[in-house]
Design a protein around this ligand. Structure first.
Ligand code: FAD
Ligand code: NAI
Length: 471
């Protein structure tokens, strides 16, 4: 292609990383094409990840609350029934509304959208196998790899999305399984365990580590989380390794062993969810055609400006380094377009929040206590329980706490960890504080509305820099 025919930016993948970069590039006046093979935009997050899982979490929580948490509030309900098909329909309509919304935003920002599978022909050209048949090719001055991630399989357990499922099957079951076994007590495992346990499954989570919550969750918060989820009816087998699994008549059987060696046992269930992590996805992309390199975990190797060793080919989102989170992908997408267009961009990797949407929610930003201990960094801690917060008491939802960690000398906040109602919203305040380099005293001296859950955040800050009033 001549230079005039070349796009300014060709994006492979229309997930959060790809579609946000496409919109941003359109806004910057660049000629941009986004190629997505799924048939809809939004990637894992909108189609089979963040959005459908949160729909199920929200509505299964409502169902569970109506069943078990109304009488003492003075509300008596009878004849409560689950309509699983309708629950799934509500989820599907949230998904399709949002994916179509992205398509609208593409039109609004002049983004060309090609439905098909892209692979590298050479350093400036990608071939596209069109979903509707036929082929085309697109040439770009810059190319962005935003191909995302896929589920990590468990050796020997073939995922059929019916009885041996990944998260994709777990958001689309047609029947509530009598017994559900979850391999992996990370975020996917715990969110999906919550959904199906609330809807009536007997759920057991098998986790290799002694701690649930996956990487990053503060140990003290993880312990509190496990206690609360156990009270809700989920069984945990931590420090337990799944050795193998097999279909066994109507059941799926897992052989497990204590992670430290010793007690072996066999567990069975109607459905087994494999949730042991996700891995970068670059299948079919033909990166070997242009000599791009992956690291030992399959991540596309990039520099601090998201450039591969071919500088005009860059990569952001789940396909490369960093936490596999939608908002991380989104930040990178904006930054990478700024690097291309202006030569500078910015993402603060020390300040990316994590949220687990169980009930109560668990949210954190910055460093955990165990991180700091391990690194030998001195710290001080302030905590405040929701049991002492007036709004939580009024709402009769008092499980959880706010834990703030700060530098003992400068008082600068190093981490915020919350388990409690609405923790996912409240962590925005912690993230802002961390981003602005606030001290715990800054927050302790900031007026918070009464009665709100956010007062627990302020009081945790008071406890960090001095003393809380209400505890
Ligand atoms: P993806 O969303 O995976 O998008 C990549 C896209 O590229 C895909 O649509 C794929 O079809 C396309 N593609 C790949 N190869 C090609 C090719 N050769 N040609 C054309 N197209 C191609 N994160 C959060 O922050 N919050 C959450 O609540 C949350 N919940 C989640 C729940 C579940 C069950 C799962 C699985 C994930 C969840 N995540 C969540 C993680 C989040 O979904 C990912 O971090 C995010 O989707 C990454 O965006 P991405 O654009 O990098 O990749
Ligand atoms: P994860 O990495 O969070 O957790 C996997 C867990 O499985 C770990 O605790 C690990 O110790 C355990 N495990 C691994 N092998 C095992 C074995 N053989 N037996 C028992 N346990 C084993 O991965 P997960 O939950 O699959 O999620 C993948 C990613 O998706 C997350 O890391 C996150 O980035 C993203 N995600 C984010 C969500 C959110 O932000 N709310 C929701 C869902 C997913």
């Amino acid at each position: 292609a001549t230079e005039a025919e070349q796009k300014d930016l060709v994006i492979i993948g229309g997930g959060v990383a790809g579609y946000v970069a496409a919109i941003k590039a359109g806004q910057e006046g660049m000629k941009v094409t986004c190629i997505e093979k799924r048939g809809t935009l939004g990637g894992t997050c909108l189609n089979v990840g963040c959005i459908p899982s949160k729909s199920l979490l929200n509505n299964s929580h409502l169902y569970h609350q109506v069943l078990h948490d109304t009488k003492h509030r003075g509300i008596e309900v009878e004849g409560v029934k689950l309509n699983l098909a309708q629950l799934m329909k509500a989820k599907d309509s949230s998904v399709s509304g949002l994916t179509k919304g992205v398509e609208f935003l593409f039109k609004k920002n002049g983004v060309e959208y090609i439905k098909g599978e892209a692979s590298f022909k050479d350093e400036h050209t990608v071939n596209v196998k069109l979903n509707d048949g036929g082929e085309t090719s697109v040439s770009g001055k810059n190319i962005l790899i935003a191909t995302g991630s896929e589920v990590t399989p468990f050796p020997g357990l073939m995922i059929d999305e019916k009885r041996i499922i990944s998260s994709t099957g777990a958001i689309a079951l047609e029947k509530v399984p009598e017994k559900l076994l979850v391999i992996g007590g990370g975020i996917i495992g715990l969110e999906m365990a919550s959904v199906w346990s609330r809807l009536g499954s007997k759920v057991t989570v098998v986790e290799f580590l002694d701690q649930i919550g996956g990487p990053g969750m503060d140990l003290e918060i993880a312990k509190a989380t496990q206690k609360i989820l156990k009270k809700q009816g989920i069984t945990f087998k931590t420090g337990t390794k799944v050795l193998s699994g097999a279909l066994n008549g109507d059941l799926v059987t897992l052989d497990v062993d204590s992670a430290k060696g010793g007690k072996a046992e066999s567990l069975d269930a109607d459905v087994v969810l494999v949730a042991i992590g996700r891995r970068p996805y670059t299948g079919g992309l033909g990166i070997e055609n242009i000599g791009l390199e992956l690291d030992e975990r399959g991540r596309v190797i990039i520099d601090s400006e998201y450039r591969t060793k071919i500088p005009h080919i860059r990569c952001v989102g789940d396909a490369t380094f960093g936490p596999m989170l939608a908002h991380k992908a989104e930040e990178e997408a904006v930054a990478v377009v700024e690097y291309i267009k202006k030569g500078y961009g910015h993402v603060n990797y020390g300040c990316i929040p994590s949220v687990m949407y169980t009930f109560p929610e668990v949210a954190w930003v910055g460093q955990s206590e165990q991180d700091l201990k391990k690194a030998g960094i001195p710290y001080k801690i302030g905590t405040f329980p929701f049991a002492a917060n007036s709004r939580a008491k009024t709402n009769l939802d008092t499980d959880g706490m706010v834990k703030m960690i700060a530098d003992p000398e400068t008082d600068r906040i190093l981490g915020v960890h919350i388990i409690g109602p609405n923790a996912g919203e409240m962590i925005a305040e912690g993230t802002l504080a961390l981003e602005y380099g606030a001290s715990s005293e800054d927050i302790a001296r900031t007026c918070h509305a009464h009665p709100t859950l956010a007062e627990a955040f302020k009081e945790a800050a008071m406890a960090t820099s001095g003393k809380a009033i209400h505890f």
